[in-house]
Design a binder for this molecule. Structure first.
Ligand code: NAD
Length: 424
């Protein structure tokens, strides 16, 4: 078969490599970003994913910024972004333009697979009508639409595109089985066949919403236990030795990435259209969105203790990425921290080894050299390893705000440095 991948980012590119390397199908990739296409053609990986970089070097599939590359494809796999607009409502523009791009190439017997994260109803209410309105073919009879949401976790040393179990649903049980077998040909994890499109769409959304709600719970506890003077991290450690029915989640300076802080809004909005108000989900989003502000409050509290204003105080903001050891800025709380520090007119020295172009100093040492306080926004290994009490003392750091609760709290306090974590 000929397989066309639409959107060559964190999801589409590893997938194109996997199908190319593990099967004998012909694979082509389409992305409208010409620069990205040039890089991929030169086998330079445009995303921060070790496995994908290695796979790309030995893969043979061809890519283009022109849709014609998808001519005569049998399966179209859409992996475009599904962000939210400024008012947090779903932005389905990339998905719709992805569907538009494949319209000229869909024929009788085609399979249109959506891997992007979407709310229940998107395939039935948007993707299928867009195709049926433009081509004289019927979904479930002449062609099939399917959904197999990706769960990839960039930077994960174990779970990757080859072994993460997947769910799949489509317009026809026979199509679901056919496509499930196709996925089984390059994925070793379980491929679960689901009854229809809506259930599989909902499955992915609840996975990420589950995480958002649980993080909101511990973030709220962090604020509560702060006034109650209870160390939340010690409490979570205690609760975690219950061998059943407790799943530890950890508080922090905010929730970032393209998935967790975005996907709940897709469900909130779609349920709202049908008259249901997701109070809990909205509250969870609100709590998690408040964490960068709360982190800076911890900094101002600490500065108050030493009677220093935040204005003009030199602060090292460490980390911009939303996640440890990857270079990904999407929805990163560090960006909000940076903006708040800017609004408050702190003298901020920003450093992230993954983003030299967005850092205003060239090294961790340079960030600390002239700083009075540290705000740690990302738990990159470099920061965890280097920010020892001795190192902080060497640079005369007086305050540490540990937005990831990942530093040696006890010994930093012993060294006479004012330490505040999130809930600890
Ligand atoms: N990044 C993750 O960890 C992750 C994990 C699971 C699921 N997802 C979901 O997968 C989807 C894709 O996410 P991603 O992280 O790969 O995004 P990404 O931004 O890394 O990549 C998307 C690519 O699609 C391209 N694109 C956008 N519109 C296009 C169009 N009309 N035609 C051709 N190319 C187009 C963009 O240029 C970009 O290269 C999203 O729905 C996301 O929620 C992401």
């Amino acid at each position: 078969m000929k397989i066309a991948i639409i959107g060559l980012g964190y999801v589409g590119l590893p997938l194109a490599c996997a199908i190319d390397l593990k099967t004998s199908h012909e694979v082509v990739g389409y992305d409208y970003q010409s620069k990205k296409i040039d890089k991929i053609r030169n086998r330079q990986c445009p995303i921060d994913d070790f496995q994908c970089s290695e796979d790309l070097k030995v893969s043979r599939f061809i890519v283009s910024d022109q849709t014609e590359i998808m001519t005569d494809s049998d399966i179209f796999i859409i992996c475009v972004p599904t962000p939210v607009l400024n008012d947090y409502t779903p932005d389905l523009t990339p998905l719709k333009s992805g569907v538009e791009a494949i319209l000229p190439y869909i024929k009788r017997g085609s399979y249109v697979m959506v891997e992007s994260t979407i709310n229940p109803g998107v395939c039935d209410e948007i993707v299928i009508p867009m195709i049926e309105d433009n081509i004289d073919l019927k979904a479930g009879i002449d062609f099939d639409v399917a959904h197999c949401p990706e769960r990839i976790n960039p930077g994960d040393p174990y779970w990757n595109v080859y072994n993460i179990p997947r769910n799949i649903g489509s317009t026809r049980p026979e199509a679901t089985t056919f496509l499930a077998d196709f996925y089984r040909s390059f994925i070793s994890g379980e491929i679960n066949e689901m009854p229809n499109l809506k259930t599989v769409e909902a499955t992915k959304i609840i996975e990420n919403t589950f995480r958002d709600i649980n993080i909101a719970f511990v973030n709220e506890l962090a604020k509560s236990f702060d006034v109650l003077n209870i160390d939340l991290m010690a409490v979570i450690k205690g609760a975690s030795n219950k061998p059943f029915a407790f799943l530890p989640h950890f508080p922090g300076c905010g929730v970032g990435g393209h998935c967790i802080p975005v996907d709940p809004y897709y469900l909130i909005e779609r349920a709202k259209q049908s008259g249901f108000d997701h109070k809990l989900l909205k509250m969870a989003r609100e709590i998690n969105n408040s964490m960068p502000e709360y982190t800076i409050e911890k900094l101002t509290d600490a500065l108050n203790i030493v009677e220093r204003p935040i204005k003009n105080t030199p602060i090292a903001l460490l980390g911009l990425s939303y996640k440890a050891n990857v270079g990904d800025l999407r929805e990163s709380p560090a960006i909000i921290l940076k903006n708040i520090l800017h609004e408050k007119q702190a003298a901020t020295f920003v450093y992230d080894p993954y983003f030299p172009e967005y850092s205003n100093v060239d090294s961790l040492e340079m960030a600390l050299e002239n700083s009075y306080a540290v705000v740690l926004a990302t738990d990159h290994n470099l920061f965890k390893e280097k920010l020892t009490p001795e190192f902080l003392l060497k640079y005369n750091i007086r305050i540490v705000i540990d937005g990831k609760n990942c530093l040696d709290k006890e010994n930093i306090i012993k060294a006479g440095i004012l330490y505040k974590g999130i809930g600890t």
